[in-house]
Design a protein around this ligand. Structure first.
Ligand SMILES: Nc1ncnc2c1ncn2[C@@H]1O[C@H](COP(=O)(O)OP(=O)(O)OP(=O)(O)O)[C@@H](O)[C@H]1O
Ligand SMILES: [Mg+2]
Length: 230
């Protein structure tokens, strides 16, 4: 099942530089929230906290009822049941597309037969069924990001985390892949947090836009299905 996410008084600092300041945020199960804000405002840091790549200096993070982070402690990423997509694709170059996508299932010891069928299904969802045996180097940027997307969803995680996944692509591709991802996220119904500094991308993808500014929540708005502010 999908999960809600709750941050209570979450702060984070790099040395003397406070990057996130007492963030309180509740994200409903199954909703898609865009984190929007200028460069350096703390978007990636917040996402890394949700992923378990680092831990807060203060505050707590819950996924549903489960405590996943508190001051000085963090449940590791592999124990959180999450899928992640980053700006730079982060594919393994020596593995084929299918092997890259299968990786999260291997980590979960999913049986071979089920693994094969889930990989095929994930590749079909992102329109890459014919590319299973290619290596990432033989793919375009947009195709590589589709592989990363397939890898993020293949294990049907409870939470999906995106850090500017489209920002390395040209504007036309960005627009079309953004629309496709919006459709896919609706179909999956997974709770998702999507970091971007592109307001239009946020409006296409998200149910709700949370604006971060200098480490604090500056605004928090719901989006209607037509893409207009509700
Ligand atoms: N490893 C680090 N050491 C010290 N300071 C850091 C480190 N990583 C990030 N910062 C600082 O933390 C602040 C927030 O960084 P973060 O990467 O979360 O911003 P962001 O909103 O994701 O920006 P962008 O849109 O440019 O990706 C910035 O001021 C940045 O300089
Ligand atoms: Mg960032």
């Amino acid at each position: 099942m999908f999960t809600s996410i709750t941050l209570n008084g979450v702060s984070y600092a790099f040395g003397a530089n406070t990057v996130l300041n007492q963030i309180d945020l509740h994200i409903d199960a199954g909703s898609v929230v865009a984190l929007l804000g200028p460069s350096g405002c703390g978007k990636s840091t917040l996402l890394r906290l949700l992923a378990g790549l680092t831990h807060p200096a203060q505050g707590e993070i819950h996924f549903g009822d489960r405590l996943v982070a508190k001051a000085g402690w963090s449940l590791p990423p592999e124990a959180r049941d999450i899928g992640m997509v980053f700006q730079d694709y982060a594919l393994w170059p020596h593995m084929t597309v299918a092997q890259n996508v299968a990786f999260p299932l291997k980590m979960r010891n999913v049986r071979r037969q089920e693994c094969d069928s889930r990989v095929a299904q994930a590749l079909a969802r992102v329109g890459l069924s014919d590319f299973a045996d290619r290596k990432p180097a033989g793919l375009s940027g947009g195709q590589q990001q589709r592989v990363a997307l397939a890898r993020a969803i293949v294990a049907e995680p409870r939470v999906l985390l995106f850090d500017e996944p489209l920002s390395n692509l040209d504007s036309e591709l960005r627009e079309s892949l953004c629309q496709e991802m919006a459709t896919l996220l609706r179909q999956l119904g997974t709770t998702a947090v999507y970091v971007t500094h592109d307001r239009r991308e946020a409006e296409i993808l998200a149910d709700r836009i949370v604006h971060l500014s200098a480490g604090s929540v500056a605004a928090d708005r719901l989006i209607s299905s037509s893409g207009e502010f509700a």
